[in-house]
Design a protein around this ligand. Structure first.
Ligand code: ADP
Length: 561
């Protein structure tokens, strides 16, 4: 028998790797990957345990030592196919079945050959151990060993190259390293078969390093629950050592005390394992929930996109006929197709108003869908805001007059030009003024234009229905219609000021809406910078139909006359 420490090392490694293998198998619940890992651990066990027995008998009993070295080869011979098999499952590779079958067949062949003296013969005894001596078939086996295990490293290398996440590639590297330690570090044991003494027992340390590295790798990959295995292994080893202690007791008192100790440790261990299980189950539940939430979220996003697309298509299809109807209504009202009775004129006015509401609705839908699809195009230019506000007032004055609401507006001099997309900012002002008229039953709407910091402020104050703090918090939200409009007979969609906010934000500005409370009027307004650096210079293109052309020509003629 050789020095105790060198003989004990392979024994300890054999135990360690065997324990790891059994736990992997038990935890695997029929998983092929776990069975393969168990198989590999078993191979390592044969190697380590056989080595221990060989060292134990050593030079004193050469025949028995060689017997145990052949035992070692039972494990070593099956390492290449087992590793190859494992890599196929781990990498989810298809199309290597035949090579794998060949790998196993060659291993079986070498198993048979390993019994012959042409494989190993004689014993090489060195400073701290012994090894059978390699013969001709062993040289061939060595070649096979590195080719067979090379397939594993090749598959893992491919997996590493195709890994999508950093986490995954790190796991692959760890698994790669764990096996590399066994094959290249442990492989140094082959040198003894050729009479080379490495003077270091590193080969057998691989029995410790392999499970530890693999542990770490799988804990990240989650194909084994490493925390449970780790706890159970710890508990198993502790119980084993303490139970051994009971058998080594020299008196009854010692037996009783140590048995009580074992029972105590067993209870604590059971509680520990239970709590680890509980934690893992909770974590898994949370992970499952998070996954299903993520799925639901994805589905909602898809639905939302589809809704926006539908909205966009529907609005586009409606826009053209609506503007044509509007044009023809104007033509009829202006008696371009003959005299119009007073009674009919009323009906036409109603039709125009309804049509106008529809146009506004469709425009809002179009704006929304463009905003949500990120397709809104802005065309910025130096603009006279006094002119824009005045044009809004001109357009909306009739509506205000009908409700007997006065619009106060005085252009402000010396402010200069503002860099805006005129259409969009006009739309914003129009919406705020229109709302002011819509939500005011009597009184006035006042528009002010001032300069503030590096920008301009436009305020639209009314003496209308106002709103409370709760409404204030939700204004500018898509489809939000306030509590204040519940009793009021005014149509709306809750989209207008939401669009306003988007347009103003695109100008690098901000909006607000405030009120002193219900029935105390409101103020809506916005601030935008006077200058802008990132200008968009793209205009929207629209196809004009034949009918639309007639209507457009008529409107132009009407304006110029
Ligand atoms: P709509 O007017 O079509 O409902 P808007 O987006 O223009 O949609 O306005 C959203 C909500 O903000 C309105 O439903 C209303 O509750 C409130 N609101 C907007 N402007 C005013 C205003 N001038 N006075 C009182 N409430 C207003």
């Amino acid at each position: 028998m050789f020095s105790d420490i060198f003989t004990t090392l392979p024994f300890a490694c054999a135990l360690f790797v065997a324990l790891f293998g059994v736990f992997v198998l038990v935890k695997g619940k029929g998983s092929v990957m776990n069975q393969l890992l168990f198989g590999f651990c078993l191979s390592m066990f044969f190697w380590m345990f056989g080595t221990f027995m060989m060292f134990y008998h050593g030079a004193q009993d050469v025949a028995t030592a060689i017997f145990w070295d052949r035992f070692v080869y039972i494990g070593v011979i099956f390492m290449p196919p087992l590793m190859h098999h494992f890599s196929i499952f781990f990498s989810k590779i298809t199309g290597q079945k035949k090579i794998l079958a060949l790998n196993y067949s060659v291993a079986v062949l070498f198993l048979l050959m390993s019994r012959s003296p042409l494989f190993v013969d004689g014993l090489y005894v060195y400073s701290w151990g012994a090894h059978s001596q390699a013969q001709i078939l062993h040289h061939v086996f060595l070649l096979y060993f590195f080719i067979g295990t090379g397939l594993f490293f090749f598959n893992l290398y491919r997996l590493y190259k195709n890994a999508r996440t950093k986490k995954k590639s790190r796991q692959v590297v760890l698994v790669f390293l764990a096996f590399a330690v066994v094959i290249f570090g442990g492989g140094s044991a082959f040198l003894y078969a050729y009479g080379i003494d490495t003077h270091s027992p590193f080969a057998y340390f691989s029995g410790f390093v392999f499970p530890i590295l693999l542990f770490y790798a799988v804990s990240k990959y989650n194909f084994l629950d490493v925390r449970v295995i780790a706890t159970e292994m710890l508990v198993g080893v502790t119980l084993f050592v303490f139970t051994l202690d009971v058998f080594l007791s020299k008196s009854i008192l010692e037996i009783v005390l140590r048995t009580i100790m074992v029972c105590f440790i067993a209870i604590i261990s059971a509680l520990l394992i239970k709590s680890v299980y509980g934690q893992i189950q909770k974590k898994e539940q949370v992970a499952r929930l998070a996954k299903s939430l993520e799925k639901a979220n994805m589905r909602l996003r898809v639905l939302d996109r589809q809704k926006t697309e539908f909205l966009s298509i529907a609005a586009h299809q409606l826009r053209t006929p609506l503007s044509i109807i509007k044009g023809y209504l104007e033509l009829i009202k202006d008696q371009a197709y003959g005299k119009v009775e007073k009674k009919l004129a009323h009906v036409l006015t109603d039709m125009e108003e309804s049509n106008e509401r529809l146009v506004k609705l469709v425009d809002e839908f179009l704006n929304i869908s463009h905003i949500e699809q990120g397709r809104t195009k802005y065309f910025f230019e130096e603009t006279d805001m006094n002119h824009v506000i005045s044009s809004v007032v001109d357009e909306i004055e009739d509506k205000a007059k009908k409700k007997k609401i006065k619009i106060h507006w005085k252009p402000k001099k010396n402010i200069g030009l503002v860099y805006v997309d005129e259409d969009k900012i006009r739309n914003v002002i129009f919406n705020f003024v229109d709302n002011g008229i819509k939500y005011t039953m009597k009184g006035s709407v006042t528009i002010t234009f001032t300069q503030k910091d590096d920008g301009v402020v436009i305020r639209i104050k009314d003496t209308g229905i106002g709103f409370d703090k709760q409404d204030e918090a939700s204004l500018f939200t898509k489809f939000y219609r306030g509590k204040n409009v519940e009793g009021v007979n005014v149509n709306g969609t809750g989209l207008g000021i939401y669009v306003c906010r988007q347009f103003v934000s695109a100008h690098g500005g901000y909006v607000w809406g405030k009120s002193f409370g219900p029935e105390k009027g409101s103020e809506f307004g916005f601030w935008i910078p006077k200058k802008r650096t990132h200008a968009h210079s793209v205009t929207e293109q629209r196809t004009i139909t034949k009918e639309q052309k007639i209507v457009n020509q008529y409107s132009t003629r009407k304006k110029s006359s």
